[in-house]
Ligand binder design. Structure first.
Ligand SMILES: NC(=O)c1ccc[n+]([C@@H]2O[C@H](COP(=O)([O-])OP(=O)(O)OC[C@H]3O[C@@H](n4cnc5c(N)ncnc54)[C@H](O)[C@@H]3O)[C@@H](O)[C@H]2O)c1
Length: 666
């Protein structure tokens, strides 16, 4: 059966044969066995809802087996036989071009070249799921292939609830992931309700179909690393020959070595999972592999002597690297960590002293003992980082809950006031004040024709737009614009594409709107050969409330609220988004963040032009307004400037209180 017919079929009419799993596949770790006997029966009853009665007996024992072996029911048997990747949009059966664009994005998120654990429908971050099981995938694709522009598909944590009548102006898809009653958002609640098959962890761009491979984070990481060095180095000192030490070569963290190369330093990146490290090496995202600390030290010294721009993967635990480089007295200018500490007890962080295999066994056989090993390792990890920072290293939290989990583990990571951490998050020091408060964030697009020539043309259009904006830009944002112009001009040469023909570019509201307009014009005139899908990372100005990351530089006490993210998703949905999503969890962990995003298909039409203006304007300025109300100077500057340009924008501005008014009150 051809691809289109299989998509239209949804769940097959006859029970497909059992499958062998691809031997080289990077499988998700076994999940916690958390359900009681009765709850396990409920999980199987839930899973069987997708299938006709006469399959129930056979599938019930198979699903019980999956639950026992993997801790979840993935319904492996129903994984389709066709290749899953972002095909040209014209390959998707559809009655709605917008829905076809969403199918392309879903398939990109599940492409084995892109996804971390494709068999388990996990795109990145260890547990960032597109769907909970293959039945949900099959049904969703069928709905998308048959729906019209008068319908909206509502997605409940991977489950397609169904098509509801709506209108051409409405989003085609509304996605929620992991939305819980607030009291049910502890890590074990995710384990339990995910095992029951009623919710999932959508991460940020996994469950919203907007992941574009590690490129999505290379740009943000390059900006962070470059500005981290700018903060640390003295006037005239150069980055060449200086060291950036970090960990993780997974979905997102795999971008670090490439970003280090773009910034021009020596990057050392430790990775305990050899499969992950080798994959990044083969893809050319990291230059050198070192299997032990002796060869690592030798290679680092050589790179320092030659002021080489090079990225080195160490196959092992990052704690061993920090400790060894301290012993060797090798100075680390910039340090961070991007292990998956948002998910510390289920394979996100591998403790020092245990091999990768030993950890994988212990976390299942004895979760309590594994937890104490992780906490012991975090205390050791922080102790060695502290030794380096005492010598002058600039260490920052990379949005993975490293400081939060270390503090919970009792590591020496608190500042003297016992409220703050010793070290800043990268958003507090770098991305918040320099990017988000001005509206700069990770705008992205995908050329739906699948033609790389379209991507080249879109890069050129975006560069032209930014250069024109820079001519009259205020000094406050010229550094940002220059960095982004350099990025987009070098993007092709940096070979960033994995999966769909996608590009990321930090831009503010003005930049995003003008770039989108140029694309829409290009599609209309035929200069670009197919539609372009716009989106962004959720890690942005407005979409995400996350007190230890995106909103960590909000100091009016509101960083523990999530009003901004909710307004964002509602506001985008009625201003023209093609799809919208809102998630609990993502980045720093389940219960720790509410994050949302959108996708928008540009087809060269007048309607697309209207939609992009309305929606992109709100999507960025919502966050700047909130940041300005929190008294952030850069956001106050940006929102006042926007109000001058846009008379119908009226934002409530704060009156700044002098310190002496409060001095002797209590
Ligand atoms: N800063 C950002 O902009 C940003 C963006 C996205 C994600 N994140 C966060 O970064 C983290 C990593 O994301 P990801 O998608 O790369 O996750 P991932 O799980 O794909 O990769 C993390 C990698 O760390 C490795 N690892 C774990 N413990 C280790 C240890 N002690 N030593 C060496 N390697 C170890 C794992 O084997 C894994 O490959 C997540 O918490 C994520 O939420 C940050």
């Amino acid at each position: 059966m051809d691809f289109k017919s299989q998509i239209l079929l949804g769940i097959p009419k006859t029970l497909p044969a059992l499958k062998d799993y691809p031997a080289d596949s990077n499988r998700a770790p076994k999940r916690k066995d958390i359900l009681s006997k009765e709850e396990k029966k409920l999980a199987i009853r839930n899973a069987l809802r997708y299938f006709p009665k006469d399959w129930h007996k056979e599938l019930a024992s198979e699903f019980a087996d999956e639950l026992k072996t993997y801790g979840r029911i993935y319904m492996y048997r129903f994984k389709p036989d066709y290749k899953i990747y972002a095909r040209p949009i014209s390959d998707y059966p559809n009655q709605s071009l917008q829905a076809a664009g969403i199918m392309l994005m879903i398939q990109n998120n599940l492409d084995p070249a892109v996804a971390q654990h494709p068999e388990e429908l996990i795109t990145y971050g260890g547990n960032g799921a597109v769907f909970q099981n293959w039945a949900q995938y099959l049904l969703t694709m069928q709905y998308l292939a048959t729906m019209t522009d008068q319908q909206t598909l509502h997605m409940y944590s991977g489950h397609p609830m169904g098509l509801f009548p709506s209108s051409t102006e409405a989003p085609r898809v509304v996605v929620t992931n992991g939305m819980m009653i607030p009291n049910y958002s502890r890590p074990d609640d995710w384990e339990k309700f995910n095992a029951l098959g009623v919710t999932q962890y959508g991460q940020m761009t996994a469950g919203s179909y907007m992941y574009i491979g590690p490129q999505g984070i290379v740009h943000g990481t390059a900006i962070t690393v470059m500005n981290g060095f700018r903060k640390k180095l003295k006037e005239g000192e150069e980055i060449a020959g200086k060291i950036f030490l970090t960990a993780g070569l997974g979905g997102m963290s795999g971008a670090q070595p490439k970003a280090g190369n773009i910034a021009g330093c020596i990057t050392i990146c430790a990775e305990v999972n050899p499969k992950a490290a080798i994959k990044r090496h083969e893809q050319g995202w990291v230059d050198v592999l070192c299997k032990d600390t002796d060869s690592l030290v030798e290679r680092v010294k050589l790179a320092q002597a030659n002021k080489e721009v090079v990225s080195i993967a160490y196959l092992g635990n990052v704690v061993d690297v920090w400790e060894r480089l301290d012993k060797e007295d090798i100075f680390i200018t910039l340090g961070s960590d991007q292990t998956s500490l948002h998910n510390p007890w289920a394979g996100g962080y591998y403790p020092a002293g245990l091999s990768y295999e030993e950890s994988n066994i212990l976390m299942v056989d004895n979760p309590e003992s594994f937890k104490s090993k992780v906490q012991e390792s975090l205390r050791r990890h922080v102790a060695t980082v502290n030794k380096h920072t005492a010598k002058g290293t600039y260490f920052f939290d990379y949005g993975n809950a490293f400081l939060l989990e270390s503090s919970r583990a009792g590591a020496d990571v608190m500042a003297t006031n016992e409220i703050d951490f010793k070290y800043p998050s990268y958003v507090q020091d770098i991305l918040g004040p320099m990017c988000f408060d001005y509206g700069f964030g990770p705008f992205r697009w995908v050329c739906a024709s699948g033609d790389s020539a379209d991507l080249d043309k879109s890069d050129a259009l975006a560069a032209q737009v930014l250069e024109a904006i820079k001519e009259n830009a205020p000094t406050e944002i010229t550094q940002q614009l220059s960095d982004n112009i350099k990025w987009i001009k070098e993007a092709k040469a940096n070979k960033l594409v994995v999966g769909s023909q996608a590009r990321i570019l930090y831009a503010d509201a003005e930049g995003r709107i003008k770039i989108a307009q140029a694309f829409n014009e290009g599609i209309k005139s035929g200069h670009i050969s197919g539609p372009i899908i716009l989106g962004r990372d959720h890690h942005d100005v407005s979409g995400t409330d996350s007190p230890f990351r995106e909103t960590s530089n909000i100091y009016d006490g509101s960083r523990f609220t999530a009003d901004m993210a909710i307004h964002n998703v509602i506001g985008d949905s009625f201003r023209g988004a093609t799809w919208v999503s809102i998630h609990n969890g993502g980045g720093v962990g389940w219960g720790e963040v509410i994050n949302g995003g959108f996708g928008m298909l540009l087809d060269g039409s007048h309607e697309a032009e209207v939609r992009l203006q309305k929606m992109l304007f709100y999507d960025v300025n919502n966050g700047i307004a909130r940041r300005s109300w929190a008294r952030n100077n850069e956001a106050l500057f940006a929102i006042k400037r926007e109000m001058e340009r846009t008379p119908s924008l009226k934002i409530t501005l704060p009156n700044i209180v002098e310190d002496d008014v409060l001095d002797e009150l209590f």
